[in-house]
Design a protein around this ligand. Structure first.
Ligand code: UT7
Length: 322
């Protein structure tokens, strides 16, 4: 049986850190409100001229280094983003060129905050149908570019960054062996107006700004993510006690805590980075994975559960034996 095994991780954050206190100088907010309602303490913001492909390229380089591979070993790049460098071509193609890769294929995938989960599931399918042996899967965002910096209900929540993993085909005998075990993707466009960008090439011919009914998103988040996690548990024949690490999309600590509690996952198994990164949309899970791999928490053979929910709505889960 062919499985997609994670061979390496990497991430990259812009140098500039914006604290909650600095945010309170821009809009009517406070460190206390942001920490209490979201758990966010700071976020990274891209410098002038620093693009999504800049962050993605560096995250990919670090993942290749961690995997002890060269770009020549990679067959495909799948990049999740909602903040591409340009409307087209895909940001993945820019990254491909910057890495000196002129073979294989590179493409973007857009599922907003669920983007990395969708990209991982998509790359896993490519590997299992033998379309590729090794794939760079990247989540990269510069959400600072689409924020309305006068809207305190959204601008305090997001940050910029990128994370990447190298997936590699492996022949595995044991269904409980290493690699992606199962993934479950969902979407429902009925919720489009609760979280969207009010611009685009075919509507306004502008880039637009992020708009969100935060309370509405919050209301749906816990139920949706716990549903797809339970689908993953059923498919794999496991329960919450079998999970070693829970690496959720990092949007809001309250959503993460409530989801872990509902699923029965112990708090010390939850990887939390929202305090340092804010919500980096498709980049949040690979950023958190890289943090937890590099600090020694996630180790080979650990059972790692990923989940995300975001604009669309889209939501999904991936279960990986590391
Ligand atoms: O990544 C994918 C999706 N995104 C999410 O998962 C985000 C989901 N939503 C949330 O995380 C939360 O709903 C928020 C953090 C956005 C907001 O938290 P909340 O507890 O739902 O607050 P709220 O929207 O009900 O607002 C409470 C109060 C309001 O004032 P009134 O009407 O009670 O007087 C807001 O105007 O807080 C006010 N408020 C703020 N106050 C200080 C809203 N934003 C701010 C702010 N600073 N930045």
């Amino acid at each position: 049986m062919i499985r997609s095994v994670v061979r390496g991780t990497g991430s990259f954050l812009p140098e500039r850190v914006l604290s909650n206190d600095e945010m309170a100088k821009l809009v009517d907010t406070s460190d206390e409100w942001i920490v209490q309602r979201t758990g966010i303490e700071r976020r990274h913001i891209a410098a002038d001229g620093e693009t999504t492909s800049d962050l993605a390229t560096e995250a990919a380089r670090r993942a290749l280094q961690d995997a002890d591979l060269d770009i020549a070993d990679i067959d495909m790049i799948v990049l999740a983003t909602s903040t591409p460098d340009n409307t087209f071509p895909a940001t993945a193609v820019a990254v491909q060129n910057r890495l000196g890769m002129h073979h294989g294929a590179a493409y973007d995938l857009q599922a907003v905050c669920s983007g990395f989960v969708f990209a991982l599931s998509n790359a896993d399918a490519q590997i299992r149908c033998n379309h590729a042996k090794r794939i760079l899967v990247i989540g990269a965002e510069t959400f600072s570019r689409i924020l309305d910096w006068t809207d305190r209900t959204t601008c305090v929540l997001f940050g910029d960054g990128a994370g990447s993993v190298v997936l590699e085909a492996a022949d595995v005998d044991d269904t409980n062996g290493r690699g992606i075990i199962t993934s479950h993707l969902r979407s429902d466009g009925a919720h489009k107006s609760k979280l969207y960008v009010d611009g685009g090439p075919s509507t306004t011919q502008t880039v637009g700004h992020l708009r969100m009914e935060g309370r509405e998103v919050f209301k749906h988040a816990v139920g949706m993510v716990t549903d797809v996690v339970e689908d993953a548990f059923d498919a794999a024949g496991i329960d919450a006690d079998d999970v070693d690490w829970f690496v959720p999309h990092q949007a809001n600590k309250r959503i993460i805590d409530a989801s872990a509690k509902k699923l029965g996952i112990a708090a010390d198994k939850v990887v939390l980075t929202v305090q340092d990164h804010g919500n980096t949309s498709a980049a949040s899970i690979p950023l958190a994975l890289d943090v937890a791999c590099r600090d020694g928490r996630i180790k080979q053979n650990d059972l790692v559960l990923l989940e995300a929910m975001g604009g669309g709505f889209t939501w999904g889960s991936v279960l990986v034996r590391w």
